[in-house]
Design a protein around this ligand. Structure first.
Ligand code: NQM
Length: 354
Protein backbone atom coordinates (compact mmCIF):
# COMPACT_ATOMS: atom_id res chain seq x y z
CA UNK A 1 0.00 0.00 0.00
CA UNK A 2 1.66 3.24 -1.06
CA UNK A 3 -1.12 5.42 0.33
CA UNK A 4 -2.70 5.67 3.76
CA UNK A 5 -6.45 6.28 3.89
CA UNK A 6 -7.90 8.51 6.61
CA UNK A 7 -11.67 8.82 7.10
CA UNK A 8 -12.61 12.49 6.55
CA UNK A 9 -15.35 14.81 5.35
CA UNK A 10 -15.02 17.95 3.30
CA UNK A 11 -17.42 20.57 4.62
CA UNK A 12 -18.28 24.19 4.13
CA UNK A 13 -18.54 25.90 7.48
CA UNK A 14 -19.93 29.43 7.10
CA UNK A 15 -17.75 31.19 4.52
CA UNK A 16 -14.86 28.76 4.95
CA UNK A 17 -14.19 25.21 3.82
CA UNK A 18 -12.05 22.46 5.25
CA UNK A 19 -11.45 18.86 6.20
CA UNK A 20 -13.28 17.50 9.24
CA UNK A 21 -11.58 14.53 10.88
CA UNK A 22 -12.10 12.52 14.05
CA UNK A 23 -9.15 12.89 16.41
CA UNK A 24 -8.85 9.10 16.72
CA UNK A 25 -8.36 8.81 12.95
CA UNK A 26 -5.22 10.98 13.05
CA UNK A 27 -1.75 10.20 14.41
CA UNK A 28 -1.45 10.84 18.14
CA UNK A 29 1.98 12.37 17.66
CA UNK A 30 1.49 16.07 16.83
CA UNK A 31 4.49 16.31 14.50
CA UNK A 32 3.31 13.30 12.46
CA UNK A 33 -0.26 14.64 12.51
CA UNK A 34 0.91 17.94 11.10
CA UNK A 35 2.90 16.24 8.31
CA UNK A 36 -0.17 14.15 7.47
CA UNK A 37 -2.42 17.23 7.30
CA UNK A 38 0.08 19.20 5.20
CA UNK A 39 0.15 16.29 2.73
CA UNK A 40 -3.64 15.88 2.81
CA UNK A 41 -4.19 19.53 1.90
CA UNK A 42 -1.22 19.78 -0.47
CA UNK A 43 0.94 22.26 1.45
CA UNK A 44 3.39 23.85 1.07
CA UNK A 45 2.33 24.96 -2.40
CA UNK A 46 0.43 28.14 -3.19
CA UNK A 47 -1.88 26.13 -5.48
CA UNK A 48 -2.13 23.09 -3.14
CA UNK A 49 -2.28 21.12 -6.37
CA UNK A 50 -1.35 17.78 -4.77
CA UNK A 51 -3.96 17.92 -2.02
CA UNK A 52 -7.54 18.83 -1.23
CA UNK A 53 -6.80 22.36 0.05
CA UNK A 54 -8.41 25.24 -1.80
CA UNK A 55 -5.28 27.41 -2.29
CA UNK A 56 -6.49 30.17 0.04
CA UNK A 57 -6.32 30.44 3.84
CA UNK A 58 -10.14 30.33 3.98
CA UNK A 59 -10.20 26.94 2.27
CA UNK A 60 -7.11 25.43 3.90
CA UNK A 61 -8.51 24.51 7.29
CA UNK A 62 -8.98 21.43 9.44
CA UNK A 63 -11.38 20.59 12.27
CA UNK A 64 -10.27 17.79 14.60
CA UNK A 65 -13.26 16.52 16.58
CA UNK A 66 -13.62 14.10 19.49
CA UNK A 67 -16.02 13.31 22.34
CA UNK A 68 -15.41 15.58 25.32
CA UNK A 69 -14.64 14.48 28.88
CA UNK A 70 -15.77 17.84 30.19
CA UNK A 71 -19.07 18.03 32.07
CA UNK A 72 -20.00 21.24 30.21
CA UNK A 73 -19.36 19.99 26.65
CA UNK A 74 -20.43 17.21 24.29
CA UNK A 75 -17.45 17.43 22.00
CA UNK A 76 -13.97 18.91 21.74
CA UNK A 77 -13.05 20.87 18.61
CA UNK A 78 -9.48 21.68 17.72
CA UNK A 79 -9.06 24.08 14.80
CA UNK A 80 -5.91 23.90 12.69
CA UNK A 81 -4.99 26.51 10.09
CA UNK A 82 -2.83 25.04 7.34
CA UNK A 83 -0.84 27.70 5.47
CA UNK A 84 -1.22 26.97 1.75
CA UNK A 85 2.25 28.15 0.71
CA UNK A 86 4.25 27.29 3.83
CA UNK A 87 4.77 24.10 5.85
CA UNK A 88 2.95 25.62 8.81
CA UNK A 89 0.10 24.08 10.81
CA UNK A 90 -1.02 26.36 13.62
CA UNK A 91 -3.43 25.94 16.49
CA UNK A 92 -2.84 29.51 17.65
CA UNK A 93 -6.21 30.68 16.32
CA UNK A 94 -9.79 29.50 16.57
CA UNK A 95 -12.26 29.59 13.65
CA UNK A 96 -15.94 30.35 14.10
CA UNK A 97 -16.79 29.58 10.49
CA UNK A 98 -15.38 26.06 10.54
CA UNK A 99 -17.09 25.76 13.96
CA UNK A 100 -20.45 25.92 12.15
CA UNK A 101 -19.81 22.51 10.56
CA UNK A 102 -18.61 20.84 13.76
CA UNK A 103 -22.08 20.16 15.20
CA UNK A 104 -23.42 18.54 12.01
CA UNK A 105 -20.21 16.52 11.63
CA UNK A 106 -20.40 15.28 15.24
CA UNK A 107 -24.02 14.19 14.77
CA UNK A 108 -23.33 12.54 11.40
CA UNK A 109 -20.34 10.67 12.82
CA UNK A 110 -22.30 9.45 15.87
CA UNK A 111 -20.50 11.49 18.55
CA UNK A 112 -23.71 13.28 19.49
CA UNK A 113 -27.22 11.80 19.29
CA UNK A 114 -29.85 13.87 17.49
CA UNK A 115 -32.47 15.04 20.01
CA UNK A 116 -35.74 16.18 18.46
CA UNK A 117 -36.25 18.83 15.77
CA UNK A 118 -33.25 20.87 16.90
CA UNK A 119 -30.18 19.39 18.58
CA UNK A 120 -28.02 21.63 20.74
CA UNK A 121 -24.38 20.68 20.64
CA UNK A 122 -22.06 22.08 23.30
CA UNK A 123 -18.64 22.48 21.82
CA UNK A 124 -15.45 22.93 23.80
CA UNK A 125 -13.19 24.98 21.55
CA UNK A 126 -9.73 23.71 22.50
CA UNK A 127 -7.82 26.57 20.85
CA UNK A 128 -9.40 29.15 23.13
CA UNK A 129 -10.55 26.95 26.06
CA UNK A 130 -14.07 28.32 25.68
CA UNK A 131 -17.56 27.01 24.95
CA UNK A 132 -19.88 27.52 21.99
CA UNK A 133 -23.42 26.17 21.77
CA UNK A 134 -24.61 25.30 18.25
CA UNK A 135 -28.26 24.61 17.37
CA UNK A 136 -28.56 22.13 14.49
CA UNK A 137 -31.81 21.16 12.74
CA UNK A 138 -32.29 17.39 13.08
CA UNK A 139 -35.83 16.46 11.96
CA UNK A 140 -36.33 12.68 12.05
CA UNK A 141 -32.93 12.24 13.69
CA UNK A 142 -31.00 13.39 10.59
CA UNK A 143 -28.99 16.57 10.09
CA UNK A 144 -30.92 18.89 7.79
CA UNK A 145 -28.86 21.05 5.46
CA UNK A 146 -31.68 22.60 3.41
CA UNK A 147 -33.44 25.76 4.46
CA UNK A 148 -34.01 29.44 3.91
CA UNK A 149 -31.16 30.94 5.95
CA UNK A 150 -28.81 33.15 3.95
CA UNK A 151 -25.37 34.37 4.93
CA UNK A 152 -23.44 36.86 2.86
CA UNK A 153 -20.48 35.33 1.03
CA UNK A 154 -22.29 32.01 0.35
CA UNK A 155 -24.66 31.60 -2.62
CA UNK A 156 -28.17 30.31 -2.03
CA UNK A 157 -29.89 29.42 1.22
CA UNK A 158 -29.42 26.63 3.73
CA UNK A 159 -30.59 25.38 7.13
CA UNK A 160 -29.77 27.85 9.90
CA UNK A 161 -27.13 27.09 12.50
CA UNK A 162 -27.20 29.47 15.45
CA UNK A 163 -23.91 29.80 17.29
CA UNK A 164 -23.83 31.17 20.81
CA UNK A 165 -20.60 32.15 22.51
CA UNK A 166 -20.71 32.35 26.25
CA UNK A 167 -17.46 33.84 27.44
CA UNK A 168 -14.79 34.19 24.81
CA UNK A 169 -13.26 37.47 26.01
CA UNK A 170 -9.50 37.27 26.33
CA UNK A 171 -9.48 33.61 25.32
CA UNK A 172 -6.25 33.97 23.31
CA UNK A 173 -4.68 37.08 24.87
CA UNK A 174 -5.66 36.67 28.54
CA UNK A 175 -7.87 39.78 28.59
CA UNK A 176 -10.40 41.51 26.36
CA UNK A 177 -7.98 44.45 26.19
CA UNK A 178 -4.56 42.81 26.53
CA UNK A 179 -2.74 46.12 27.05
CA UNK A 180 -5.42 47.33 29.48
CA UNK A 181 -6.16 50.21 27.10
CA UNK A 182 -9.02 50.76 24.67
CA UNK A 183 -6.65 52.79 22.47
CA UNK A 184 -2.92 52.44 21.77
CA UNK A 185 -0.56 53.68 19.09
CA UNK A 186 1.84 51.62 16.97
CA UNK A 187 4.04 53.16 14.25
CA UNK A 188 2.07 56.40 14.61
CA UNK A 189 -1.27 54.64 13.88
CA UNK A 190 -4.13 54.60 16.41
CA UNK A 191 -5.00 50.97 17.20
CA UNK A 192 -7.41 49.05 19.41
CA UNK A 193 -5.89 45.73 20.46
CA UNK A 194 -8.81 43.47 21.36
CA UNK A 195 -9.65 39.78 21.87
CA UNK A 196 -13.28 38.79 22.15
CA UNK A 197 -12.69 35.30 20.79
CA UNK A 198 -10.17 36.37 18.13
CA UNK A 199 -7.15 38.64 18.56
CA UNK A 200 -7.79 41.65 16.31
CA UNK A 201 -6.01 44.95 15.71
CA UNK A 202 -8.65 47.53 14.75
CA UNK A 203 -7.40 50.55 12.78
CA UNK A 204 -8.88 53.31 10.63
CA UNK A 205 -8.60 52.64 6.86
CA UNK A 206 -8.13 56.41 6.39
CA UNK A 207 -4.86 56.27 8.36
CA UNK A 208 -3.48 54.15 5.51
CA UNK A 209 -4.74 56.50 2.81
CA UNK A 210 -7.62 54.12 1.99
CA UNK A 211 -11.32 54.88 1.75
CA UNK A 212 -12.15 51.44 3.14
CA UNK A 213 -14.29 50.63 0.09
CA UNK A 214 -11.42 49.03 -1.86
CA UNK A 215 -11.81 45.40 -2.92
CA UNK A 216 -9.65 42.71 -1.26
CA UNK A 217 -7.68 42.43 -4.55
CA UNK A 218 -7.01 46.18 -4.61
CA UNK A 219 -5.77 46.15 -1.03
CA UNK A 220 -3.62 43.05 -1.61
CA UNK A 221 -2.06 44.80 -4.63
CA UNK A 222 -1.03 47.76 -2.43
CA UNK A 223 2.47 46.73 -1.32
CA UNK A 224 2.94 49.82 0.86
CA UNK A 225 -0.24 49.19 2.87
CA UNK A 226 0.58 45.49 3.21
CA UNK A 227 4.05 46.25 4.55
CA UNK A 228 2.78 48.85 7.03
CA UNK A 229 0.01 46.55 8.28
CA UNK A 230 2.43 43.63 8.70
CA UNK A 231 4.95 45.81 10.59
CA UNK A 232 2.18 46.83 13.01
CA UNK A 233 1.05 43.20 13.37
CA UNK A 234 4.53 42.02 14.32
CA UNK A 235 4.70 44.71 17.03
CA UNK A 236 1.13 44.06 18.20
CA UNK A 237 1.77 40.32 18.75
CA UNK A 238 3.95 40.66 21.88
CA UNK A 239 1.77 43.55 23.19
CA UNK A 240 -1.23 41.20 22.93
CA UNK A 241 0.58 38.41 24.85
CA UNK A 242 0.84 36.35 21.65
CA UNK A 243 4.64 36.37 21.53
CA UNK A 244 6.44 36.38 18.21
CA UNK A 245 3.69 36.19 15.58
CA UNK A 246 5.96 35.95 12.54
CA UNK A 247 4.63 32.44 11.78
CA UNK A 248 1.19 32.88 13.36
CA UNK A 249 -2.12 33.64 11.65
CA UNK A 250 -3.05 36.07 14.43
CA UNK A 251 -3.67 38.84 15.21
CA UNK A 252 -6.09 39.66 12.39
CA UNK A 253 -5.78 43.22 11.12
CA UNK A 254 -9.08 45.02 10.50
CA UNK A 255 -9.29 48.39 8.73
CA UNK A 256 -12.53 50.15 9.57
CA UNK A 257 -14.29 53.06 7.86
CA UNK A 258 -17.75 54.62 8.12
CA UNK A 259 -20.59 52.27 7.09
CA UNK A 260 -21.82 52.77 3.53
CA UNK A 261 -24.81 50.45 3.38
CA UNK A 262 -26.72 51.17 6.56
CA UNK A 263 -24.60 49.01 8.90
CA UNK A 264 -22.56 50.06 11.92
CA UNK A 265 -19.11 50.01 10.32
CA UNK A 266 -17.35 48.94 7.13
CA UNK A 267 -14.41 46.48 7.40
CA UNK A 268 -11.54 45.06 5.40
CA UNK A 269 -9.59 42.36 7.27
CA UNK A 270 -6.09 40.96 6.71
CA UNK A 271 -6.11 37.31 7.93
CA UNK A 272 -3.25 38.27 8.14
CA UNK A 273 -1.58 38.13 4.71
CA UNK A 274 -4.58 37.76 2.46
CA UNK A 275 -7.57 40.06 2.72
CA UNK A 276 -10.77 38.26 3.77
CA UNK A 277 -13.61 38.16 1.23
CA UNK A 278 -15.96 38.69 4.19
CA UNK A 279 -14.90 38.65 7.86
CA UNK A 280 -14.27 35.82 10.31
CA UNK A 281 -16.95 34.94 12.87
CA UNK A 282 -15.00 35.61 16.04
CA UNK A 283 -13.19 38.38 14.17
CA UNK A 284 -16.58 40.07 13.68
CA UNK A 285 -17.43 39.55 17.37
CA UNK A 286 -14.16 41.26 18.34
CA UNK A 287 -14.73 44.17 15.94
CA UNK A 288 -18.30 44.61 17.24
CA UNK A 289 -16.91 44.68 20.77
CA UNK A 290 -14.43 47.40 19.78
CA UNK A 291 -17.37 49.45 18.44
CA UNK A 292 -19.30 48.93 21.69
CA UNK A 293 -16.26 50.22 23.58
CA UNK A 294 -15.86 53.24 21.35
CA UNK A 295 -19.54 54.15 21.30
CA UNK A 296 -20.22 53.37 24.98
CA UNK A 297 -23.00 50.87 24.15
CA UNK A 298 -24.53 48.71 26.91
CA UNK A 299 -27.49 46.31 26.96
CA UNK A 300 -28.51 44.23 23.93
CA UNK A 301 -27.51 45.27 20.46
CA UNK A 302 -27.23 43.67 17.04
CA UNK A 303 -24.18 45.01 15.25
CA UNK A 304 -24.20 45.00 11.47
CA UNK A 305 -20.61 44.67 10.32
CA UNK A 306 -20.20 45.51 6.64
CA UNK A 307 -17.54 43.51 4.74
CA UNK A 308 -16.54 43.08 1.07
CA UNK A 309 -19.42 40.70 0.24
CA UNK A 310 -22.21 42.01 2.46
CA UNK A 311 -23.06 42.11 6.17
CA UNK A 312 -22.27 40.08 9.25
CA UNK A 313 -24.82 40.44 12.07
CA UNK A 314 -23.65 39.88 15.65
CA UNK A 315 -26.11 39.97 18.56
CA UNK A 316 -24.45 40.96 21.80
CA UNK A 317 -25.34 41.41 25.48
CA UNK A 318 -23.06 44.05 26.97
CA UNK A 319 -22.53 45.11 30.58
CA UNK A 320 -20.38 47.97 31.84
CA UNK A 321 -18.49 50.41 29.68
CA UNK A 322 -15.03 51.46 28.59
CA UNK A 323 -12.16 49.44 30.00
CA UNK A 324 -14.53 47.46 32.29
CA UNK A 325 -16.91 46.48 29.46
CA UNK A 326 -18.03 42.84 29.53
CA UNK A 327 -19.81 40.94 26.76
CA UNK A 328 -21.89 38.25 28.48
CA UNK A 329 -23.15 36.58 25.30
CA UNK A 330 -22.77 36.85 21.57
CA UNK A 331 -24.81 35.01 18.98
CA UNK A 332 -24.84 34.78 15.23
CA UNK A 333 -26.23 32.88 12.31
CA UNK A 334 -24.19 30.59 10.09
CA UNK A 335 -24.93 27.73 7.72
CA UNK A 336 -22.83 24.70 6.81
CA UNK A 337 -22.96 21.80 4.41
CA UNK A 338 -21.29 18.44 4.16
CA UNK A 339 -19.82 18.38 0.65
CA UNK A 340 -18.07 15.03 0.55
CA UNK A 341 -17.43 12.10 2.84
CA UNK A 342 -14.97 9.29 2.48
CA UNK A 343 -11.23 9.01 2.90
CA UNK A 344 -8.41 11.41 2.25
CA UNK A 345 -5.23 9.72 1.02
CA UNK A 346 -1.67 10.61 1.99
CA UNK A 347 1.61 8.94 1.00
CA UNK A 348 2.10 5.96 3.35
CA UNK A 349 5.72 7.03 3.92
CA UNK A 350 4.39 9.97 5.98
CA UNK A 351 2.36 7.79 8.34
CA UNK A 352 3.26 4.11 7.86
CA UNK A 353 0.91 1.39 9.08
CA UNK A 354 2.39 -0.47 12.04
O1 NQM B 1 -12.82 34.72 13.10
C1 NQM B 1 -10.83 33.56 8.92
C2 NQM B 1 -12.96 32.50 8.71
C3 NQM B 1 -11.85 33.00 9.55
C4 NQM B 1 -11.87 32.85 11.00
C5 NQM B 1 -9.68 34.14 9.54
C6 NQM B 1 -13.18 32.88 11.66
C7 NQM B 1 -13.31 33.59 12.96
O2 NQM B 1 -13.63 33.28 8.09
O3 NQM B 1 -13.95 33.01 13.85
O4 NQM B 1 -14.16 32.35 11.21
O5 NQM B 1 -9.84 35.19 10.16
O6 NQM B 1 -8.62 33.55 9.40
O7 NQM B 1 -13.16 31.29 8.66
Amino acid sequence: MSQRAIPACLMRGGTSKGLYVLKDDLPADTAVRDRVLLAALGSPDARQIDGVGGAHPLTSKVAVVSKSDRPDADIDYLFLQIFPDKAIVTDQQNCGNILAGVGPFAIERGLVAAAGEVTEVRIHMINTASIAVAAIETPGGQVNYEGSARIDGVPGSHAPIMLNFLDVAGSSCGALLPTGNAADEIDGIAVTLIDNGMPVVVMQAADFGLSGAETPDEIEANADVRARVEAIRLKAGPLMNLGDVTKASVPKMTLISPARNGGDVSTRTFIPHRVHDAIGVLGAVSVATALALKDGITGSKTFEIEHPTGFFSVEMEIEGAGETLKVTRSALLRTARMLMRGEVLVPASIWPEV
